[in-house]
Design a protein around this ligand. Structure first.
Ligand code: HEM
Length: 150
């Protein structure tokens, strides 16, 4: 039975992580090219909110998925790097969402400012690294993988 849950959470984390990765890259891209087009700007805001919710889901499912490796100090130290970058990614995008929400309540939109784009691009770099190291957990370390490599 515990094998069943371990397997389920490995899958659930893999399934959820791709949403924030895709949505947040497209959100920042839309803001970058939006210029004075309000449609693109509000689309970017929607994707930011959904992507940020996705980082929270990824953090929760990731924390559950890693519990099975708590007794292996080598695997745990590799997972730790990915975990802390995941926390940083989540904090960055929660912060960006809160910042933008406050600006919208005051009638503006921080999404169109250079400062927002700089922080958002830094957020994408941390998100990209988190995803890359997450992929390495599977491909380099074989965590959660039952497969064949040629
Ligand atoms: C924004 C947050 C996060 C993102 C975007 C993310 C992304 C990823 C990605 C892309 C993979 C590879 C999955 C695949 O190729 O199918 C992965 C694997 C993994 N991540 Fe995360 N992750 C996040 C947070 C976390 C956290 C907080 C932990 C806690 C330790 C964690 C633990 C793991 C583990 C154990 C694996 C390998 C097994 C599995 O896929 O379930 N992740 N992650």
């Amino acid at each position: 039975m515990s094998d069943f849950f371990e397997n389920l959470f490995n899958h659930v984390h893999s399934a959820t992580t791709h949403f924030p990765i895709a949505l947040l890259f497209v959100s920042v891209g839309m803001d970058y090219f939006a210029g004075k087009r309000p449609g693109l700007r509000s689309g970017a805001w929607l994707l930011l909110v959904l992507g940020t919710l996705g980082t929270i889901a990824a953090t929760v499912t990731g924390l559950v998925a890693h519990l099975a490796y708590e007794d292996d100090s080598v695997l745990l130290s590799v997972i730790d790097r990915h975990q802390y970058l995941g926390f940083a990614t989540t904090a960055l995008f929660v912060g960006l969402t809160a910042w933008r929400w406050r600006s919208m309540r005051r009638g503006g939109d921080a999404g169109g400012t250079r400062a927002y784009l700089v922080v958002a691009l830094a957020g994408l770099a941390v998100l990209g690294l988190t995803g890359f190291l997450g992929g390495n957990l599977l491909m380099e370390w074989g965590i959660g993988v039952k497969g064949v490599t040629r």
